[in-house]
Design a protein around this ligand. Structure first.
Ligand code: GLC
Length: 732
């Protein structure tokens, strides 16, 4: 039999002039469709189904599938050399030489690791989040990755769920703004650029609403909640140009997300006009059997494909079953062709046929550059939230004579990488202790671990207490190890793990002024610490530049301006606890017979949108123009914000509204806008928000999006609680 390998290469050699001619031409749709038609006319059914199959590594079995033209994509292959190698096999050793789409989890950095997405959301600075995604894309693309399985745009209202670390928190507006920023950063203006990667908004949809916060668990929510809370960030990602979507593991109202025609086709394609392709998450197609909606992998493959899943991430269901389903008439070739076209369209638009390889020297010159690390520092600084600062204990003076740095995470260089490390390395990370050592002389620092993250041992407390007693200030670095959040890391407790709270109490008891630096992947119920410790910094997991950013904030070289993107409950018993809740018929009040608990306040420990600064901001003169919505399409709500302190600082000015009376009960507050501004000491600025009529709607009892006339309340402030209050009417 003729050596297909040579033939494959020969076909492309002959077609190369035509291909290059097309490559230079603008990629207008008609040319793309013509190319797809030409290619598909050559493809066998097996080769078409191959395009729908993604594999998880370059095992001999998978390389054989690639050579047989039965692979469309591969994940977890990283680095110019390795990706060039596997791409060469696809192009030169398969009959048609169709390039592979190489995907990876570049969630918050490729080799330069940025703060985890929950920390990035805490910056409320989309322009910096976009910068972080641009750098991640440049490094990933230079290393042979075409496609990242990011942004993760799930909304999370339950901190027991470990993947809250990977998302932008509990609010659909903040989540949507961050989704757009990531997509624009990853894909740029044209995702075919050699510095861009294809984005993949995941996990579609409502994965974060898992019952009891238990990963992969059932999701059962109303369609209003689905459309108002969980879908908006996906729509924002698609509006920003995201060209792929990843279908989730969870069952949504009885229908698994990876076999859900309503979400995957009716909403995603018919309502939103999504033109890209859908990849299943990992084994979610195969898991339709566990969900009890498919009796066989064959039925699972049929259901997933017909629902709208175009590519199967390595469950082998598609490549092992679709051909027989076509042969026995359960699937039409047209069903296969539809998905093949979607995938080939992305490959052509990514110019994979023209530029399938990367230059290794470009990778070496791109990853972990000084410029990228400098951006990582700027982003990390902005991601830090000052939760408490009694008596202005912070910032610390660099003239301190002695500083105790205590805790199991103080010198830790792995945990700051978070739960998606990609090519990140602990050796690249500046620990908190190392960052502090850049600020004050070693001889002033008393460093003691004190305890482990998870153990209950207290034998290290004595050394910690001794250090604190000798120091002017004690800084405790505590929290969660990276493996306590992320995928498959749900917790039934939100307390600090192990004996860390005991360590805090022991150090605090010395009377030495104490600062707690929290390094964690989810909100924690740090009630005792919040009540007693005078200063608390929430740093999440800040990536490579962790220690430098923390030290900049601790010693005042950077004034923190971050805000919480999630609510901190007092107890796991309060969950789900989120700011944009309904009022109930008996809102919490002193009266016994109202909606509250008898053993804890109903309020959060720290509220959504809260965060302090080393300076103070004053809000005054709320204005709404015009006063009411007549026939105008929008109103402008504004307020004057003044820095009344003695140093420059950032403030995240937030706009909330409430639809006071409507045909359905509406949330007591909804975030509709925010701006992170910088004001020098004494300066003031009028901050304006444009509120469009369409921003004020909701899905009514018939799931129709309506903007109803009536009274609306408005708040502008630096938190979801309080703020300047005003109101306006929609009259028609
Ligand atoms: C995992 C995750 C998903 C990730 C994929 C590929 O199971 O759920 O977020 O992108 O597999 O690693």
């Amino acid at each position: 039999m003729m050596k297909v390998v040579k033939l494959g290469g020969l076909i492309w050699l002959l077609l190369l002039p035509l291909t290059l001619a097309i490559a230079g031409a603008p990629q207008d749709n008609s040319r793309i469709e013509a190319r797809i038609d030409t290619l598909m006319a050559k493809m066998t059914l097996a080769e078409k189904i191959g395009q729908l199959a993604q594999y998880r590594d370059i095992s001999d079995e998978n390389l054989a599938l690639i050579r047989a033209g039965k692979a469309g994509s591969i994940l977890s292959v990283r680095g110019a050399q390795a990706t060039n190698h596997v791409q060469k096999v696809a192009i030169e050793e398969s009959r048609l030489g169709i390039p592979l789409l190489i995907g990876n989890d570049v969630i918050h950095g490729y080799r330069t690791i940025f703060p985890i997405p929950l920390a990035l959301a805490s910056s409320w600075a989309p322009e910096w989040v976009q910068k972080s995604a641009t750098v991640a894309a440049q490094e990933a693309a230079a290393s042979g990755t075409h496609w990242t399985f990011a942004p993760m745009v799930d909304i999370a209202r339950d901190p027991r769920w470990g993947r809250i670390a990977e998302c932008a928190g509990e609010d659909p507006h903040l989540g949507s703004v961050m989704a757009r920023a990531y997509v624009q950063g990853f894909q740029g203006e044209d995702f075919s650029a050699s510095t861009a990667v294809i984005a993949c908004a995941k996990h579609y949809v409502a994965y974060g609403a898992a019952t009891a916060g238990r990963d992969y668990n059932t999701v059962d929510i109303s369609e209003q909640t689905l459309r108002e809370i969980y879908l908006p960030p996906f729509q924002a990602a698609i509006d920003a140009g995201a060209i792929t979507i990843m279908s989730a593991f969870n069952c949504l109202n009885g229908v698994p997300a990876s076999a859900n025609y309503f979400t995957l086709t009716q909403i995603l394609r018919q309502e939103w006009g999504f033109g890209g392709f859908v990849v299943s998450d990992w084994n979610s197609v195969g898991e339709l059997l566990n969900h009890g909606v498919a009796v066989s992998y064959s039925e699972a493959g049929k259901k997933a494909l017909l629902a709208g899943v175009d590519m199967d991430m390595g469950s082998h269901v598609y490549n092992q079953n679709l051909a027989d389903l076509v042969t026995n008439g359960e699937l039409a070739v047209a069903d296969i062709d539809q998905s093949v076209r979607r995938i080939l369209r992305v490959k052509i638009r990514k110019r994979l046929f023209e530029q399938p390889y990367v230059e290794p020297e470009r990778e070496a010159a791109t990853v972990l550059s000084a410029e990228n690390l400098a951006i990582a520092l700027q982003v990390a600084r902005r991601s830090i939230v000052l939760l408490k600062n009694d008596n202005h204990l912070l910032p610390l003076s660099k003239k301190l004579k002695s500083l105790a740095v205590i805790g199991p995470l103080a010198a830790d260089r792995y945990t700051p990488l978070g739960s998606w490390v990609c090519e990140g390395r602990a050796e690249d990370v500046i620990s908190v202790l190392a960052g502090i050592k850049q600020k004050i002389a070693d001889k002033k620092i008393l460093s003691v671990q004190g305890c482990d993250i998870a153990g209950k041992q207290t034998d290290g407390f004595a050394a910690a207490v001794a250090a604190a007693q000798r120091a002017e200030v004690a800084v405790l670095v505590v929290g969660e190890s990276a493996n306590l959040s992320g995928e498959a890391a749900s917790r039934t407790s939100l307390d600090l793990p192990g004996g860390q709270e005991g360590l805090i109490k022991a150090v605090y008891a010395t009377g030495t002024p104490t600062v707690v630096v929290l390094m964690n992947g989810r909100p924690l119920t740090i009630n005792w610490t919040a009540e007693h410790v005078p200063a608390i910094l929430e740093i999440w997991q800040l990536g490579d530049q962790c220690g430098n950013a923390v030290a900049d904030v601790l010693f005042g070289d950077y004034n923190p301006g971050g805000k919480l993107p999630v609510t901190f409950p007092r107890s796991v018993g309060q969950i789900p606890l989120y700011y944009n809740h309904l009022n109930t018929g008996r809102p919490p009040a002193a009266d016994k017979f109202t909606s509250k608990y008898i053993d804890l306040p109903v309020t959060p420990l720290f509220s959504f949108g809260c965060g302090l600064s080393y300076t103070q901001f004053d809000y005054r003169d709320l204005q709404i123009t015009p006063a009411d919505f007549g026939d105008s399409a929008a109103i402008i709500a504004s307020a004057v914000v003044q820095n009344t302190g003695d140093r420059s600082g950032d403030e995240v000015v937030q706009l909330y509204v409430q639809d006071v009376i409507a045909s359905l009960s509406r949330p007591v507050k909804e975030l509709k806008g925010f701006q992170r501004i910088t004001l020098a000491a004494g300066d003031k600025q009028r901050v304006e928000f444009r509120l469009n009529r369409n921003d004020l709607g909701f899905y009514d009892k018939d799931i129709k999006y309506v903007v109803e006339p009536g009274l609306f309340k408005v708040w502008i402030g630096g938190n979801s609680e309080g703020g300047l209050e005003g109101s306006f009417e929609i009259r028609n």
